[in-house]
Design a protein around this ligand. Structure first.
Ligand SMILES: NC(=O)c1ccc[n+]([C@@H]2O[C@H](COP(=O)([O-])OP(=O)(O)OC[C@H]3O[C@@H](n4cnc5c(N)ncnc54)[C@H](OP(=O)(O)O)[C@@H]3O)[C@@H](O)[C@H]2O)c1
Length: 295
């Protein structure tokens, strides 16, 4: 009798433990489902929509790579304004051919240091947009002249500053009304990406100065970072995000053949940052992987 009572208790305990296990498994599954639901919803909600984008210096290097990767996106933008300072020139032929195959690529002349050229571009872009917003402006055009502390001249300093800082300032100013969100649209975001450089990082100077002195370039990119921050704060109420991105050391005419990254890798990673852009990134300086870079 004692034996059968003990057996009954044992099987009762086993049944209880089985029920508890099933219950705990059910709870875990419910948690996983809720987590997956919230996570997927958040991902969907935070996707940055780009119907219209303008890239400066898009005839070669990283600029042309941006245009190609936008075209090849799963949801390509309706219009990609691929601007460059000499669309008929030898260095723009590849872009021209590419645009002939893709009707969403509009090649427009834009010298980012010339106000008349910028104003003419704005007029053409307005006509194409026909009342729509510009979702993304990529200030990519830039130059690097390798000057040391000994060889740096005033002329070069001013020329590099003009292209790398004054250019993005003028271009952004001219396109601000198209980036700005009004009324009900004010929750929607548009963005300005300034293609900067780690060489503009003041904290990074002790580590990398001897390998890359490039004085005018360093000073201009440090100033560009400041401009990116000013845009972030000054245009916040207009629903505009602004950030500076270091694309890595990339094999282009500027980066040279020894550089560590291909254009595809660098822009491919920046595309991931663009896809999930949100206000928290505004006013930051990140590298192509989205990692914060010291100012
Ligand atoms: N490659 C790298 O390792 C690296 C690293 C850090 C940052 N960056 C930055 O990434 C951006 C793109 O560089 P990249 O490597 O692609 O250089 P790139 O191959 O030398 O191309 C530079 C582009 O800028 C354009 N440009 C220069 N001055 C211009 C002006 N006044 N108006 C309009 N366009 C102008 C050039 O046009 P033209 O053909 O008419 O000259 C060209 O399309 C630059 O801002 C650069 O500082 C590059």
């Amino acid at each position: 009798m004692f034996l059968s009572l003990a057996n009954a208790r044992k099987s009762e305990t086993a049944r209880k433990s089985e029920t508890e296990k099933t219950q705990s498994l059910k709870e875990k599954l419910a948690f996983v489902n809720i987590y997956t639901y919230i996570h997927t919803k958040q991902e969907k909600m935070s996707e940055f929509k780009i119907n219209t984008v303008l890239v400066t210096g898009s005839n070669r290097g990283l600029g042309f790579e941006f245009v190609q990767q936008f075209v090849n996106r799963e949801n390509p933008p309706e219009t990609i304004f691929a601007t460059c300072r000499d669309p008929e020139g030898a260095r723009s032929q590849e872009l021209k051919k590419f645009s002939e195959k893709h009707e969403n690529v509009i090649v427009i002349r834009l010298d980012s240091t010339d106000s008349a050229s910028i104003n003419a571009t704005v007029k053409q872009v307005e006509k194409h947009l026909n009342g729509k917003n510009l979702d993304l402006l990529i200030n990519n055009a830039g130059v690097l002249n390798p000057q040391s502390l000994e060889t740096q001249t005033a002329e070069d300093m001013l020329q590099v500053y003009n292209i790398n800082v004054v250019g993005p300032m003028l271009v952004t100013q001219a396109f601000h009304h198209l980036l700005k969100r009004y009324g009900e649209e004010s929750n929607a975001k548009s963005a300005i990406i300034h293609i900067s450089s780690l060489l503009g990082s003041i904290e990074g100077v002790p580590k990398m100065f001897s390998s890359f002195p490039v004085i005018s370039y360093r000073c201009s990119k440090a100033a560009l970072n400041m401009l990116a921050c000013c845009h972030a704060v000054g245009y916040k109420q207009d629903g505009i995000i602004s950030l500076a991105i270091h694309p890595g050391w990339v094999r282009t005419d500027m980066g040279g053949s020894q550089a560590l990254l291909s254009k595809e890798e660098s822009v491919g990673e920046i595309m991931k940052i663009i896809s999930s852009l949100n206000e928290t990134q505004s006013g930051t300086f990140v590298d192509y992987k989205g990692i914060h870079t010291p100012w």
